[in-house]
Design a protein around this ligand. Structure first.
Ligand SMILES: [Fe+2]
Length: 292
């Protein structure tokens, strides 16, 4: 259920603003105690084309990448966002420097040219660089890695960092009865969110999301998973914030993967919507997993 901002006395969070950042989620690097098995899953079940180098796997599905290296389960080694041109990277560098955030130079095959690496307040490692214009051409029909969600025990600080410094814009907030923030959906372009932060007892990956083109693609992915005896874990349903249709599965490490379509497009600015932390907000069609 959506509620009227004017009725609420709330903890200060970033408000609606002209977007400072234009970017998309280009790649996510996971770690796994069994990289071979996890990479095999992504190749077979999701259709990634992958390559191994020195014990690390890089998979491509359309233009977006997933990397898997050895390490703990349910852990993101780093997350890569691509900006469309060099000036956007310079502007981001400037905002980080002004905020005293330390940045190191980096490179990634998911990006063209120079990139920068820094950490958010929870210690999640981020790379930002300029997108290769050729990368977006071959996305037709592929599930497109579209957003990442971090769970955090310090969600308001995370939201302030991503909005006030990195340059994301809040689309929707979810608050509990005490007006504490439980979810924040942040955009860096016209898609309702490319990054979200969920309140949780500890810092961790919450889920990755793949965007598909139509509702019938959701059906087709569910059939593809059924053929491989992969059970749906949540959904199909419809989220309140973003209004997107969704289903969730788990990969062999227990990471949550969302397949989604019809995500709200936000053109220009609009007021931040605020929602009540309840089942209906997470899934207007049925039951929901409330993280906290
Ligand atoms: Fe999601």
């Amino acid at each position: 259920m959506q509620i009227d901002d004017r009725e609420m006395v709330t903890v200060a969070l970033p408000g609606a603003a002209a977007p400072l950042l234009r970017a998309h989620l280009a790649a996510v690097a996971l770690t796994s105690p069994d990289p071979q098995a996890l990479a095999g899953f992504y190749q077979d079940a999701l259709g990634y084309e992958g390559q191994w180098l020195d014990g690390h796997w890089t998979g491509r599905l359309g233009a977006r990448r997933l990397m898997i290296g050895p390490g703990a389960a349910n852990n993101v080694d780093h997350t890569i966002f691509a900006v469309p041109y060099a000036q956007a990277l310079s502007d981001l560098r400037g905002r980080l420097a002004s905020a005293g955030i330390s940045v190191v130079e980096a490179r990634s095959q998911a990006l063209s040219g120079a990139a920068i690496r820094f950490s958010d307040p929870d210690g999640n490692v981020l790379l930002f660089g300029v997108a290769d214009p050729a990368e977006e051409i071959d996305m037709a029909g592929a599930a497109r890695l579209q957003h990442i969600v971090f769970a955090s025990d310090e969600a308001p600080a995370m939201v302030r960092f991503y909005c006030d410094i990195v340059g994301f814009t809040p689309s929707d907030y979810v608050r509990d009865e005490g007006q504490d923030l439980t979810s924040a959906f942040l955009r860096c372009g016209e898609e309702h969110h490319s990054l979200a932060v969920f309140r949780a007892p500890r810092k961790r990956l919450d889920h990755l999301c793949y965007d598909v083109t139509t509702w019938t693609d959701i059906r087709d992915w569910a059939d593809r998973f059924a053929a491989r005896h992969i059970k749906l874990r949540w959904g199909p349903g419809r989220h309140g914030p973003g209004n997107n249709l969704f289903l969730f599965i788990n990969d062999p490490d227990g990471n949550w993967l969302e397949f989604s379509t019809e995500l709200e497009q936000v053109v220009g600015s609009r007021p931040v919507k605020t929602w009540v932390h309840e089942e209906r907000t997470l899934n207007s069609w049925g039951s929901a997993f409330l993280r906290s």
